[in-house]
Ligand binder design. Structure first.
Ligand code: MLT
Length: 272
């Protein structure tokens, strides 16, 4: 090997050499919710989608969890994968709360934000009491009982009634969450900080996506975030509830592709 030790510039192709999109799932889901986007976006981005602790195939770490721990887990994954360049963080619902925390703690790691089906505000006192009641229910009646309560509210009424495939998929994904993960995430959401003051500080391109028929987080929350984040775009997806990426796959993926394309073009402009 000593013969090849000359100092020379080695060229190479790396098919992963694309902007990274870190997709963070909502509660109580897993990376499986991003399957359609992994397929649709592979031409424009490297998609990384973790299972948050206690969810999907990740280990059921003991609660309590905090948003800060979930953010550290995601950034730890980027470190583990050697991804040093800033990434686009795409968080849906609870994933959006994690995205805010990543931006708060690690702004240098963020090239752009996609805030889907989420809100900036913290839980109200009633909301916090609701989290505690859900924790009790999960402990006494199990994850399946909580999943059964949530399912009709997660999807637009039309999706729930007509699209058994999506409804079954979402139910199965929720039932795959561990009790530890469910309790830990509920605690983390209950105690999360208000991200409203952060909105005016966000200075990366931001895309907000919201289902017009979201019954869990009203579209007014998305409009409020758009008004407060400089230059943010808002895409409201018709005939979609809380899971627009599964209910209207093409519209969701196209919005993300346009956003990533614009970001990458801007990057090239800067290089020239
Ligand atoms: C989620 O979808 O992640 C949760 O419903 C969000 C929440 O309960 O605040």
């Amino acid at each position: 090997m000593s013969e090849s030790s000359d100092d020379f510039g080695l060229a190479y192709i790396d098919s992963c050499d694309q902007l990274t999109l870190l997709c963070i799932h909502g509660f109580p889901f897993s990376s499986a919710m991003w399957e359609p986007q992994v397929e649709d976006l592979s031409g424009v981005a490297r998609v990384i989608a973790p299972d948050l602790r206690g969810h999907g195939r990740s280990e059921a770490a003991s609660p309590p969890y905090t948003m800060s721990m979930l953010a550290d887990d995601c950034v730890g994954l980027l470190d583990f994968l050697g991804i040093e360049s800033p990434v686009v963080v795409c968080g849906l619902s609870m994933g959006g709360y994690v995205a805010f925390e990543i931006y708060r703690q690690y702004p240098e790691r963020v090239a752009g934000l996609i805030l889907a089906s989420t809100r900036a505000k913290a839980d109200t006192p009633e909301g916090k009491a609701g989290r505690d009641a859900t924790i009790e229910k999960a402990k006494k009646q199990g994850v399946t009982a909580v999943a059964a309560d949530m399912l009709p509210k997660l999807l637009a009424p039309q999706t729930y009634e007509e699209d058994d495939e999506v409804a079954d998929f979402v139910q199965e994904m929720m039932e795959g969450t561990s009790l530890e993960g469910m309790v830990g995430a509920l605690q983390a959401m209950r105690d999360r900080p208000d991200s409203t003051p952060l909105l005016a500080e966000i200075d990366v391109p931001t895309l907000i996506i919201h289902g017009a028929d979201d019954q869990l987080i009203p579209v007014a929350e998305a409009r409020a975030m758009k008004a407060a984040i400089k230059g943010a775009q808002l895409v409201v997806i018709p005939d979609a509830g809380h899971l627009p990426n599964l209910e209207q796959i093409d519209m969701f993926s196209d919005a993300v592709i346009d956003f990533v394309d614009a970001l990458t073009e801007n990057d090239h402009d800067h290089e020239h």
